[in-house]
Ligand binder design. Structure first.
Ligand code: GLY
Length: 361
């Protein structure tokens, strides 16, 4: 798999990726290295990661042994908060970490968001490396410099832009995921395909099961994201394309959070994609048959959940009061066509209700 090299960061893959990581560690001569995991990735991925470093360069692996520190947090979004950040900052201070040291985030989006935030704020920023262990982490969360934590029940409301120097994608970690976790990441891949200029929807439609996702398709998904953040890293313009499916998706995710119908982020985004593709048909002339095709493909992999009338009005309420809106109007990214997103599109309640009907039919 070809590496993707940019000024601010590199994305490297598999065995070659470990060689790059080892070189990076050797060349920077870090005094201390913290590996941040959650208890799942500590159990499922840490040994693979350490033995791959050893295979890449036994000498460096030996040299860094005495420099390595480990910190593990509870799995799940609940750990992505200021209290956990404080605990990790305390640990770094107690262990004598300095500005020249390194943090390696080994985990899914929660770990790379949290660890990226801790690293970017500790002593005004220390270097960090992301090693995503979920599909969603590989194609989205670990790339692009968005770091942050949740605060007062608002997701990612506190954070900074901070770029991992290296993102190391090791596809073997996908085997540690269950079907539901993989499917959730697949939603962001569908999004990348719909918004990208090289729309390859026909390839997506061939994906029959989560075991079938070709690594080449994951690589292409990463390229799509990189091509956008490369032009607009701070989201003043085209990076907003990446919010396709997220305006309603986030509201659905928040609405169901803490209930027995709670969804993974990617599952909520998959629903958001169906709804916003229908809104695209209504508002910008997106082809209806294509919208229907996309819906069928998403239903095939994600199934469908029931929304009552009162669910829908609560979700619309949440949309309007999303604290991230600039005023009380939620703005959507809609598609004029495949690969042709339009930002800052307003829609009215009745259109959203219609979109929920389309989701259900
Ligand atoms: N996940 C959307 C972005 O990175 O901008």
């Amino acid at each position: 798999m070809n590496p993707i090299k940019k000024d601010r960061f590199s994305i490297v893959f598999n065995q070659d990726g470990y060689l790059e990581l080892v070189d990076f560690i050797k060349n920077n001569d870090f005094n201390k290295i913290l590996i941040l995991t959650d208890d799942n990735t500590k159990g499922n991925c840490l040994d693979i990661f350490l033995s791959s470093i050893k295979d890449a360069n036994p000498e460096v692996s030996n040299l860094i042994k005495s420099k390595l520190f480990y910190y593990s947090v509870k799995p799940g979004e609940n750990s992505k908060n200021i209290d956990t950040s404080v605990e990790i900052w305390k640990f770094l201070i107690e262990k004598g970490f300095k500005r020249v040291d390194l943090l390696i985030n080994l985990g899914g989006g929660m770990i790379t968001d949290l660890g990226g935030f801790v690293a970017s704020t500790f002593m005004r920023g220390i270097k960090f490396v992301n090693v995503p262990t979920t599909l969603l982490g590989m194609v989205d969360a670990s790339i692009g410099g968005k770091t942050g934590i949740d605060f007062r029940e608002i997701k990612n409301i506190i954070g900074v832009f901070g770029f991992a120097k290296i993102v190391l994608v090791d596809y073997r970690f996908l085997t540690t995921l269950n079907k539901r976790q993989k499917t959730a990441g697949y939603a962001e891949m569908i999004k990348h395909i719909l918004i990208s200029k090289t729309s390859e929807l026909y390839k997506v439609k061939k994906v029959d099961s989560m075991e079938d996702i070709p690594h080449k398709m994951i690589h292409q998904s990463i390229i799509t994201k990189v091509s956008i953040i490369d032009v607009d890293p701070l989201e003043s313009d085209i990076r907003k394309f990446l919010n396709y499916g997220h305006t309603i998706g986030h509201a659905i995710e928040s609405y169901l959070l803490g209930t027995d119908r709670e969804l993974f982020h990617g599952e909520a985004i998959a629903i958001g994609i169906i709804l916003e593709t229908y809104l695209s048909f209504l508002k910008t002339g997106f082809d209806y048959d294509l919208a229907n095709d996309i819906k069928m493909h998403i239903h095939k992999h994600f199934g469908s959940i029931e929304f009552s009338d009162s669910d829908i009005s609560e979700i619309i309420n949440l949309l309007k009061h999303d604290k991230k809106n600039n005023d009380d109007k939620p703005m959507f990214v809609l598609l004029e066509n495949l690969g042709k997103p339009l930002i800052n599109q307003a829609v009215i309640d009745r259109e959203i209700m219609e979109a929920f009907k389309f989701y259900k039919d």
